[in-house]
Design a protein around this ligand. Sequence first.
Ligand SMILES: [Zn+2]
Length: 317
Amino acid sequence: MRLLSASLTIAAILGLAACETTPAQAPVETAAASADYTQLMADLRILSADDMQGRDTGQEGGAKARQYIVDRLEAMGIAASSMGRLQPWEAQGRSPDGPKTFNGVNILGLIPGTRVSDKYIVVTAHYDHVGVRDGHVYNGADDNASGVATMLELAKRLKDSPPEHSVLIVALDGEERGLLGAKEFVEAPPVPLSSMVMNINFDMTARADVDNFLWVTGTYQHPEFRPLLDQIPAHGSIRLAFGKDRPEDTGSDNWVFASDHGAFHRAGVAFLYFGVNFHEDYHKPSDDYERVNPAAFQSATELAIEGFRRLDAGLSR
Ligand SMILES: [Zn+2]
């Protein structure tokens, strides 16, 4: 409880600071959604369970997580991409012991669009985490079982109600080792980079209650996206905030290259990143399912999906 109240104080400070860079948004809270979140919570729980061994790239736990995600995509009837379901790669990355060669595998799905099927929105979430260190399993519930679960929920909704652009659903490997899977994806993409309208990256979507924001990074680089997202109302106690992307945002306060969207940005593909602020369990063995507030995660997921819908409907007009 002591830790909890400390984090609430920090959240209050962060919340105040964040207001300076966020737009005037109606502080209206929407009614609780009636959506069924059973599968969303199951995906989060299963992907962050101890038997996934921290989902390390090239390790047994990573392979187990991959199989789970492939099975989920198949069960939803989501097609493979033009280059198949899996994109294996080998790359040099970072490890606590220095540079190391990693063998990773990206997972690809395709949902055809109804209005502009020759243009793609690439939705990404990394499924790897840092594995086991000193006998501790780093479960990475927020980082990034949550983003994968949010992406799978989006995929399910898009199967029920198809998108206007074609959508590539991409679970990336090797993010924790230096955005390795994302770099491989943009170097050897299943469709030309020029046909990608944008990348939407989900990384850490669970712990939005740390400051009651789901942060959107990248509207400084891509101001054209901002009007499409500005009017999204809060969901429950969570709302979108914009920032962490300006030149004056420095160090860990600048997220432009902080996750896989950075590789898309470098390759000249427009991006937006959706993620929560840092919290006390970030990159610790305590980043567990039990620490996630279900309502906050569900609300952040709804905001991410609504963000996707508005971008999908508003772009290529
Ligand atoms: Zn991450």
